[in-house]
Design a protein around this ligand. Structure first.
Ligand SMILES: [Zn+2]
Length: 465
C-alpha cells in the first residue's frame, strides 16, 4: 500500500468519527425545558399567561405561545413581537415570560374548552441543527362573572358596630363576602343555619369600623375560581355614634409598676432594659402604648385568619357578672404626664371592674385560640366563636385554659388581674370581627342578636340552590 492510501484511509476514518460524534451529540441534545406556570385549568375574563423557558445560555431561535380554540390559534407570545408581555432573564439559562390577556386583547376566545400551547427551539452543534419542545395544557374558559343575590332585608349598621347579611353566590365555589372600604369580610356557608337552604347560601358578618369614615362604601363581592369578579349593592342604613373622649393621667407609680413588667415579658421588647429613670420609663411606656399596641393589633388580624367556618356560639354573649363599666368602646384617650399631653390612643374594648381576682368566664361557646402573655393585654385569652367572630379577655392574673380547648358559655377562663397595660384589677373585654374590635354592646344584647341575625336566617329558609 502506498503512503497516499494510508493517509486517505486515516482521513476517512477521522471524518467518519467526527460525523458519528456529531450524531451522538445530536441524539443526546434536548430541546429547551418549558414550564407552563399559568393558566393550568381555568381561564377567566382576564387571565395571566406565565411560563419559564430554560436552555444553555438562553440561546433560542424560536419561542411562541398560543391559545387554540375550534381549530384557530391566537398568539399569547412571540419572540418576534413580545410587545404585550413582560420577559425577564432569571439567571444565565432561564427566562420568564408573563402577560395578561383578556376580552380586549383576545375578543375571539369564547366560553368552553381551549388549549394553551408553548413551543421553544434552540440551536445545537454550533447552529448546525435545532431541538424543539412543546408543552400544551387544556383549559376551560369561563367568561360569565359570578352571580350574587341578597336574601336578607333591613341592614342597619352602627358606626363601630357589626351587621349580618344573607345572600346567594353562584358558582358556589366562588370566594365572596362583604367589602367595607378596603376591608374584606368573607361569607360562610349558611346551609347548617337555615332550613332547606342550598349550598350556595352564605352568611357574612361585617363591621363599619370606628376608624373608617361613616360613608365608607359597603357592598357584596365575589370572585370565581377563574378570577372573574362581581359586586352587588344591598340596601342598608348607617347610624353615627359619638365616641367618648377621656383624659388619663400617667403617674410615675403607674409607670414603675407596669413598664418593667411588660418589658420583661413581651418578646418585642427583649432588647430594652429600663435604666430606672422616670424619663426612660415614660419613653418605654410611649413605645408600649403606641408601637407595641399596633403590633398586637396586627397579630389579632393574623389570628383571625384561622377562625372556624361555622357559627360556634348560641344566643347573646354574656357580660362579666356584677361588673361596673369603667370605659366604653372606642373612647378617645388623651394621656397626660405631669400635666403635659404625651399621647393619644383609641381604647377598643370595655373595661369591666368587679372584685380583684374575679372569675372570668367565656362570654359564649367557642374554641380557645390564644392563652398566654400578649403585649399590652398582659395575660390574655382569645376565644374563637366562628365566622370571624372572637372575644378577648385581657389583664388576667391567671389563665385556666389552653389553645385548642373547646369552652362553653360561662366556663371559667381564668381570674381577673392587672397584667399588661392596666391601671388596676379589671377585665378588658373586646369583641373582634376579623381581628378588629367592634362594639361588644350589640353582641351582649339578645334583641340585637334576634333582629340583626336570627330573623334574617329564618327569613332565608328555602333560599339558594
Ligand atoms: Zn381596657
Amino acid at each position: 500500500m502506498s503512503r497516499t492510501v494510508v493517509v486517505l484511509a486515516v482521513l476517512v476514518l477521522a471524518v467518519a468519527g467526527a460525523v458519528a460524534g456529531l450524531f451522538v451529540i445530536l441524539n443526546r441534545a434536548e430541546g429547551p425545558a418549558i414550564e407552563l406556570v399559568r393558566p393550568t385549568d381555568l381561564v377567566g375574563r382576564s387571565a395571566v399567561f406565565e411560563a419559564t423557558v430554560e436552555a444553555p445560555r438562553s440561546e433560542l431561535t424560536a419561542l411562541e405561545a398560543v391559545i387554540e380554540q375550534d381549530g384557530a390559534a391566537y398568539p399569547l407570545f412571540s419572540f418576534g413581537d413580545p410587545a404585550a408581555a413582560d420577559m425577564r432573564q432569571e439567571g444565565p439559562d432561564r427566562i420568564r415570560i408573563n402577560r395578561t390577556f383578556d376580552r380586549e386583547s383576545h375578543p375571539e376566545i369564547r366560553a368552553g374548552t381551549a388549549t394553551v400551547r408553548v413551543s421553544a427551539t434552540r440551536p445545537v452543534v454550533f447552529g448546525l441543527s435545532e431541538r424543539s419542545t412543546t408543552v400544551a395544557v387544556d383549559v376551560e374558559v369561563r367568561l360569565q362573572p359570578p352571580r350574587l343575590a341578597v336574601a336578607s332585608t333591613f341592614h342597619y349598621v352602627n358606626h363601630g358596630g357589626s351587621e349580618a347579611v344573607v345572600y346567594t353566590v353562584s358558582p358556589s365555589d366562588s370566594e365572596s363576602g362583604v367589602r367595607v372600604g378596603d376591608r374584606l369580610y368573607p361569607g360562610y356557608p349558611a346551609a347548617g343555619l337555615v332550613e332547606a337552604a342550598g349550598d350556595n347560601l352564605r352568611l357574612a358578618f361585617f363591621a363599619l369600623d370606628y376608624d373608617q369614615d361613616l360613608n365608607t362604601p359597603i357592598e357584596l363581592y365575589a370572585t370565581d375560581a377563574a378570577g372573574n369578579e362581581a359586586s352587588a349593592q344591598f340596601d342598608h342604613r348607617r347610624f353615627p355614634r359619638n365616641f367618648r373622649r377621656a383624659r388619663i393621667n400617667v403617674s410615675d407609680g403607674f409607670l414603675r409598676r407596669v413598664v418593667p413588667s411588660i418589658v420583661s415579658q413581651a418578646p418585642e421588647l427583649a432588647d430594652e432594659q429600663p435604666d430606672g429613670t422616670d424619663e426612660d420609663l415614660l419613653d418605654l411606656y410611649l413605645f408600649i402604648n403606641g408601637e407595641l399596641r399596633r403590633q398586637n393589633r396586627a397579630t389579632l388580624i393574623e389570628l383571625a385568619a384561622g377562625t372556624a367556618p361555622q357559627v360556634l356560639w348560641d344566643g347573646a354573649f354574656r357580660q362579666l357578672a356584677n361588673s361596673q363599666v369603667e370605659s366604653g368602646f372606642a373612647d378617645h384617650r388623651t394621656y397626660l404626664y405631669e400635666g403635659d399631653e404625651v399621647d393619644q390612643q383609641v381604647h377598643l374594648g370595655f373595661d369591666l371592674a368587679s372584685t380583684a381576682n374575679a372569675p372570668i368566664r367565656a362570654s359564649n361557646d367557642g374554641v380557645v385560640v390564644r392563652a398566654d402573655y400578649f403585649g399590652i393585654y398582659g395575660n390574655c385569652v382569645i376565644v374563637d366563636h366562628g365566622m370571624g367572630l372572637q372575644s378577648l379577655y385581657a389583664h388576667l392574673s391567671s389563665i385556666a385554659v389552653s389553645p385548642g380547648d373547646g369552652v362553653e358559655q360561662g366556663q371559667q377562663l381564668g381570674l381577673s388581674g392587672q397584667t399588661g397595660l392596666a391601671g388596676g384589677d379589671h377585665l378588658h373585654f373586646a369583641m373582634l370581627l376579623n381581628g378588629r374590635p367592634v362594639s361588644p354592646v350589640e353582641w351582649w344584647d339578645p334583641h340585637w342578636i334576634e333582629d340583626r341575625i336570627l330573623r334574617k336566617l329564618r327569613a332565608a329558609s328555602g333560599a339558594g340552590d
